[in-house]
Each structure stands twice: as structure tokens, then as C-alpha cells.
Write a protein that binds this ligand. Structure first.
Ligand SMILES: *Cc1c(COP(=O)(O)O)cnc(C)c1O
Length: 225
């Protein structure tokens, strides 16, 4: 146990250092880049260890997985959980009950459905910028309608945009996608940009990320599904 905690602490410090250096290189305040610890496929114990080291924002991909984990986490009162995986509308109620932020709103219908649950939520719009079949997200030309749907809602507060570029081990490859997300954020007056993962934290921060979603660089490799 102590060994695992020490390793996590080292990785946490490395990630914080990467964020700090990248921000300083482009004259940004490192405090303007939030770290979202992505704990999908790791047990509740890992969330607790991360919390003990000071992490507070957590990302999970699967409503069903988190539904099992959440009851095992009564002792992390300041933790905030973000859904960063695709949300099917039939799971909207569960998601609203379990998460504080839904980062993957990709239609007006889903926004309305979440609003209808009567639970206050923070919202981000997931934007699809590549033409990969497997990816979810709203097309750039759909953003305006979703922004309006959230503005009309009683319970959702819009924070910004999120995107997942095509996977690549080249940290430069996602740069055009990050840049495009920033342009879309500016166009729609949205301040927050959730972009950047373990491999490309630096590129994302250079392009304006306000929230990097980091799994592997903190927790090591995930088990294959
Ligand atoms: C898994 C995942 C991450 C974290 O990826 P790493 O490469 O492990 O840092 C970030 N965002 C989303 C949407 C993910 O599914």
C-alpha cells in the first residue's frame, strides 16, 4: 500500500509539473488549467488514494461502472465527478444523480432530458471534430442550438466545450483539433475547454485547454476491457 501511494504521489507531482511548465511556456497561469483525474476501470480505492493526495475532480466514462463505485465512496465529500463518456438518454436520470458535471452533451434532446431530471448540473458540450465513425459528439454547426437549449434550461449551467481527437501517440497530432475547439469556444463565448490527455497535455495547454483529463499518466495502464 505505501508503495502504491508513493508511486501515485510521484506521478501526480510529475503531471502537475508538466502542467506548470507548459502553462509557463505560453505565459498562462497554471491555476487556469484544472486536472481531471480519470479513474475509469480503476477501483474505488484508487479514487480514495488520489483524493488523499489532494485530487478533487474525477472523470469516469461509464454510468454503469460508476454506479457500482459510487456507493463505495462515502468518504470523499469534496470530490466532484465528471461524466466524460458517451451518455445514452435512457441513462440520463442515473447520470444526473451520480455526477456533478456532464461533459458529453451532444444534442438538444439530451440537454432537455437532463434538465428534466430536476437536478442542478454543470454541462459541457462534446464536439466531434474528426470524421471517425466511432466518435460521439455534436457537429460544430449544432453547437449554437445546444447552447440555446442549455440557456433555456432550469438546471444546467454551461461551462464550455470538450473534445476527444483521434487517438495518436504523436503529441503534435491533436493540435489542429485543439485549435479548432478553442476557435469554437471563442465564437460561442464559452470560456472552458476540456481537452488534452496523458499524451498531449502540453499541446492542449498551448492551445488553450482549461481542463486536462489524465488517466494513464497518473494511474498507470488500464486493464483491457
Ligand atoms: C480515458 C480517457 C481519458 C484519459 O486518457 P489517458 O490517455 O489515460 O490519460 C481522457 N478523456 C477521455 C474522454 C477518456 O475516455
Amino acid at each position: 500500500m505505501p508503495a502504491r501511494n508513493t508511486l501515485l504521489l510521484e506521478r501526480y507531482q510529475q503531471v502537475q509539473e508538466r502542467i506548470r511548465r507548459a502553462a509557463e511556456r505560453c505565459r498562462r497561469d497554471p491555476a487556469g488549467v484544472q486536472l481531471l483525474a480519470v479513474t475509469k476501470k480503476f477501483p474505488a480505492e484508487v479514487v480514495r488514494e488520489a483524493y488523499a493526495l489532494g485530487m478533487r475532480e474525477f472523470g469516469e466514462n461509464y454510468v454503469q461502472e460508476f454506479e457500482l463505485k459510487h456507493p463505495l465512496l462515502p468518504d470523499v465529500p469534496e470530490a466532484r465527478f465528471h461524466l466524460i463518456g458517451h451518455l445514452q438518454s435512457n441513462k440520463a436520470r442515473k447520470a444526473a444523480e451520480l455526477f456533478q458535471t456532464i461533459q458529453t452533451i451532444d444534442s438538444t434532446k439530451l440537454a432537455e432530458r437532463l434538465d428534466g431530471m430536476g437536478i442542478k448540473l454543470e454541462a459541457m458540450i462534446e464536439v466531434k471534430l474528426s470524421d471517425e465513425e466511432s466518435k460521439h459528439g455534436a457537429a460544430p454547426e449544432e453547437i449554437a442550438d445546444i447552447v440555446q437549449a442549455v440557456a433555456r434550461s432550469k438546471n444546467l449551467r454551461l461551462r464550455g466545450l470538450m473534445t476527444i481527437p483521434p487517438w495518436s501517440d504523436d503529441p503534435e497530432a491533436p493540435r489542429p483539433y485543439f485549435r479548432r475547439l478553442r476557435e469554437l469556444g471563442e465564437r460561442h463565448g464559452l470560456a472552458e475547454l476540456s481537452m488534452g490527455m496523458s499524451n498531449d497535455i502540453e499541446t492542449a495547454i498551448e492551445e488553450g485547454s482549461t481542463m486536462v483529463r489524465v488517466g494513464t499518466a497518473l494511474f498507470g495502464p488500464r486493464r483491457k476491457a
